[in-house]
Design a binder for this molecule. Structure first.
Ligand SMILES: [Zn+2]
Length: 263
């Protein structure tokens, strides 16, 4: 079992989650204002539906582990934006965006659950928090443990977005290999609990790998290495996560893992 959201790694934690979420929500709202949000389409409805199911699964899982407090600042939101990049992200606090460019690769609700589960897992495991802290610090936007947004609010929001995987202009490092495999494992458990078959993740990542045949790797791939190693890792993880999959949407619980619960 992953011990999320406590990763066991020491993280640079310069900013409280409350401050981080405030910045995150501002950055998310700005992103939505500056991009074309898709509403009233079947695609948007499906993304919201998958998001709601994943959210319910996560809340159930965290409650059963006595970790509900970790989600207390979350304000979940699931949006689709018109953008041909193959990308999706989840900001700290549960703010999710799926780009239309990734929908031909996800192809189905289950494919969406792979992507959204993975991205949400990065947020739940707080993988972006350290990068946000470092980015703010490096740009003089942190003082005495608080974000000094006044001095350059747009740069602070830009750092928050890039820490979540939007663009790479500031040269922010991609998620590390450990973080990727942790997000894969948590994402598989979440999708299984939400009633989506984790075995389908293999097909999704193979389609992602096929996308990479072009000259320029899509954004999502540049931060999410998709190769045979990852697919082999997934094949190893899937049997562990199948215990959460009861088949049919909305089923599943963490109860099946009670025997393997540890500290
Ligand atoms: Zn990732």
């Amino acid at each position: 079992m992953p011990r999320f959201p406590i990763t066991g790694r020491r993280q640079l934690r310069l900013v409280s989650n409350q401050e981080l979420y405030t910045l995150s929500f501002q950055a998310y709202n700005q992103f939505l204002q500056q991009n074309q949000v898709v509403n009233n389409s079947a695609q948007a409805a499906t993304v919201k539906q998958v998001g709601s199911r994943l959210q319910a699964a996560i809340e159930t899982y965290m409650r059963q582990k006595g970790l509900s407090e970790q989600l207390s600042g979350y304000r979940w939101e699931f949006n689709v934006v018109e953008n041909q990049q193959v990308n999706a992200f989840c900001m700290p606090g549960g703010k999710v965006v799926v780009y239309t460019g990734i929908l031909p690769v996800t192809q189905s609700e289950t494919g969406l659950a792979v992507v959204m589960g993975h991205e949400i897992a990065h947020a739940i495991a707080e993988h972006g928090n350290e990068r946000t802290s470092q980015g703010l610090l490096a740009n003089g936007l942190l003082q005495a443990g608080s974000i000094v947004v006044d001095s350059n609010p747009s740069l602070a929001r830009q750092i928050a977005l890039q820490a979540a995987g939007v663009g790479t202009q500031l040269g922010m490092l991609a998620y590390g290999r450990k973080q990727e495999s942790e997000a894969d494992e948590i994402g598989l458990i979440m999708m299984a609990m939400a009633g989506y078959n984790p075995e389908e993740s293999i097909n999704f990542w193979q389609r992602m790998a096929a996308q990479n045949k072009g000259q320029e790797p899509p954004e999502f791939l540049s931060t999410h290495p998709s190769n045979q190693t990852r697919i082999n890792d997934l094949k190893r993880l899937i049997p562990k996560t199948m215990q959460y999959y009861k088949g049919g949407k909305g089923g599943g619980s963490a109860a099946g893992a009670a025997g393997s619960r540890g500290k």
